[in-house]
Structures are given as structure tokens and as C-alpha cells.
Design a protein around this ligand. Sequence first.
Ligand code: FMN
Length: 490
Amino acid sequence: MAVATKPRSRIAKGPLLAGRLNPRVALDAQADGNVVARFDGHALGLGKFSEATIRRLGELRGGLPLASVKPGRAADKELDLLLRRLAHSGLLEYRLGPARGGDDVVIEPQIADYWPQIAKIANTDTIALSRFAYLRRRGKEMVLESPRAGALFRIGDPRIAAALTTLAHPQKINRYRKERGFPGLEVLGLLLDCQILFKLKPGDAAGLRASEGDPNLVLWDFHDLLFHTRSTDGRQANPLGGLYSYADLMPPLPAVRPPWPGEVIALEGSTRPAPTPSPFASLLGSRHSIRDFDDEHPITLSELAAFLQTAARVQAKWTSGGDTGEEGPEVSYASRPYPSGGAAYELELYLAVEKCDGLARGFYHYDADRHALTAIEVGARDLDAQLLDAEFAIGASHVPQILIVIAARFGRVSWKYSSVAYSLILKDVGVLTQTLYLAAADLGLGGCAIGTNNIDRFARMTGLDFSVEGSVGQFALGRGRPERAGAERG
Ligand SMILES: Cc1cc2nc3c(=O)[nH]c(=O)nc-3n(C[C@H](O)[C@H](O)[C@H](O)COP(=O)(O)O)c2cc1C
């Protein structure tokens, strides 16, 4: 690559980082000073602001340079507060580029609370592209993303995209900044902050996979971490859930597959006399989803204990040497009532308890070995939000008595399995979910699987990094409302 004698003048001047309203959002300032954000049919009150602050709202359409807002300056305090509130609700995006002209880069937050930070980079630093980063076409734009990042980057200047590809090789800044396509310390600092780039420590160059984060990250395949973050809530801003996005484009597939044209062997009536249904067949037949619970007679602690004992308690433990050859480490195993890929038993149960007779409202981990619950201190707002999201997901009239969050210790599976680790975990979630359904039916309790889960909130509640142990499934549990039991199907 050619080496220029002078850095580009754009770099010398420095591009501006500005916050602006997401194009879906309109701000409405009312006569009493209250400011309301309107988007996608929602209205969100942002608080009451002075006339001086309201006068500056217009700047948020084109882009308000963040450096021009000094929270320490009395006149800017309110504006900073408004910006933070908009950011917290994901209503801002950020542009980086010359004061006049096109956007070099537009930053779209993916997590609540994202605020752009330009990480400091010294001339002596060596940086490289994360192996989780990828560039792709979205509509007519080029976006740079990573499942680790708190934001995605719309790249408006193709020279920046080209320059970033050179970071597949670690580059020392004092040399890299002399290259013709050097993208500028601002872009690099923003990408570094989002872990799309990382700094190498001295001697790291040979072990790139091991250098870019905590050791647990080493165990993740690229596609698995991407799948985990893009198929759950909390670390992405894509529309999510039953949105019927293609209803106008094509008809739905039928519930039952149309028959194949070949010879048909009828099974109906082939077993004579017809067997009386076994207890298991009866249990399967009685299982159904229950979404509304009898809060006058909530589930009791002893019912919960019986439920967990039936469905999830550790039954036996052993160790095995030689799984990876004679010199390999001893691997510990523990069996439970349900099958698990590779006998990994990576799934853990966490309980958000709203109402359980004999157990205080709160958040607990089920210790499947000691058959005990351990209380975990969590923020009241997170616990409320966890239960409310579950109520919404099952369309219930009240939060569930207990919300079971199924979490995975990902490394337990990916230490052994390549390419299939995350898919094995999701299959295990399916197996465990049916076990929870059957255990609830057997005990006269009710439950319902939940297809969505917020991995960012779970990480906040447990203090565990989302890549170490994370939420992969949910199940609402309680005593079904008698009048609704049986009327829930569908
Ligand atoms: C993986 C999975 C995810 C589900 N997610 C939800 C959900 O988010 N909300 C809900 O109301 N029901 C959910 N269900 C329950 C299904 O809607 C229910 O199983 C289906 O309608 C069949 O009814 P039945 O369980 O009563 O036989 C889920 C079920 C499964 C297996």
C-alpha cells in the first residue's frame, strides 16, 4: 500500500460526531414544555424542558454535534439530559462526517444505553479487526456489525470500508496512519469502543483468537455468537416477534403438509384391540399451554420443589478421563431427568418469582445438585420488566406466578463441539421445555413456553457476561385458573 507523506486533510480537521433523531422519530414540544417522542404509533414522554432547550430541538434533525453539549455548563444540562433519555430509548443515531456534506459513518445503537465513545488510540498501539466483525449489504447500504458491538456502523464512504479490510492484519498505528486510506482515529476509536476492533498486547500477534477478549470468547464460533445475539432480544434493534412481515407477499403455509403422491399404508385401526392409553399417553394428552394463573391460590413452595425435582434435579455425577486422549483433562458429568446433547447438561434454571406460597418475591438460581434455591439480588426494575415482558409474550392478563429463565453455560458445549454448539443448546432447550410442560401437567400445575428472551437484561441481573452464561429460553409456571384451564389451546 502506498504511503502518503501527509495525513489526509479531512483527518487533520477531524470529522464531527453528531447525535440526531432516528428518522422514524418525531419530537413534539407541547405548550407546557413537555416533550413527547412519537414513533411507530407510540408516544413516549421525555419530560418538561425550558424554552431554550426546546429551541434547540430542531438541531436534532440534522445532527447536533455532541462536543457542543457540555453537561457541566448550566445552559446545556437539560439538553444533555434530553439526549441521554432519547439515547436510552434507542431513538438517536449518530453521524460521523464533515460539518457539511455526506455522512462518512452512521452509528445505529443496538443496545439500550449505547453512547458513542471514541476510545483513545496511541501511536504505539497495534489494532486488528475482530473475528466477529462482518460487512454486509442491507438494502442499499453497507453495514459493519459484530455480535459483540453495542452499535452497528453504516459505512457511507467506501474508502473507509476498504481501509478497514487491511486490519485483517494487525496494524501499528504510527505506520497505519501514514497510509493513503487511513480512516481516521475517530472512526477507529468508535469501532474499538464497540469491540469491532481490538488492541493487541505485546506478543499477541500469533494468537489472534485468544487475544480479543476474555477466555470464554475463544470457545465461540462466529456464526453461533451472531445467531445468539440476533435471535434474542436485548442486543439488537431489528424488529422481533410475530410481526407477519410477509403476509402481503405470500400466503401462509398450511398447518398440515399436503400428502405425498405414493402408496398409502393406513395405520388407523391397525392395532387391535385398541390399547388403553398408558399413563404416559394420558399425560401427553392432558398437556397444554396455560397462560393465565390463579393468583388466589398460587403455586406453593412444596409444589415448586416437586416440580424441580421431577424435571431438573441432578440424579448422578461422575468423572471421565481420556475423553480427549490419555493426556486429556478429566471431564465431570451429571445426569438429569431429560436427555442432553453430549451429556453436557449446560442448562441452568433461574426463577423470577412473583407469587409463590412460602417463597418471597425475587430472583433465584436453582441449584440442581443440592436441590436448593439461591437468592440473587437484582434491581427491582429489571425483575418487574422481566415478568412484564413474559406477561406480554403470552398475552396474559397478569404476570406469571413464576417465570423460569433457562440459561446456558455455553462453554460447556462449545469446549467440545465445533460448528453445532449453539444449535445443540437450542435443541436441549426444546427437550427441557417439553419436560417442564409434562412435569407441570403431572403435578396439576400449568405452564407455557415463551419464545423470546432478553439476553442483555439477564446479563445485568446476573452480572454474567452475555457470552459466558446467557438466557436461551423461558417458561411461565403457576397454578392455572380453573375457569380458563382447558380453554387455552391455540
Ligand atoms: C418454543 C416455543 C415457544 C413458544 N412461545 C410462546 C410465546 O412466546 N407465547 C405464547 O403465548 N405461547 C408460546 N408457546 C406456546 C405455543 O403457542 C403452544 O405450545 C401452541 O399454541 C400449542 O398449544 P398447546 O401447548 O396448548 O398444545 C411456545 C411454545 C414453544 C414450544
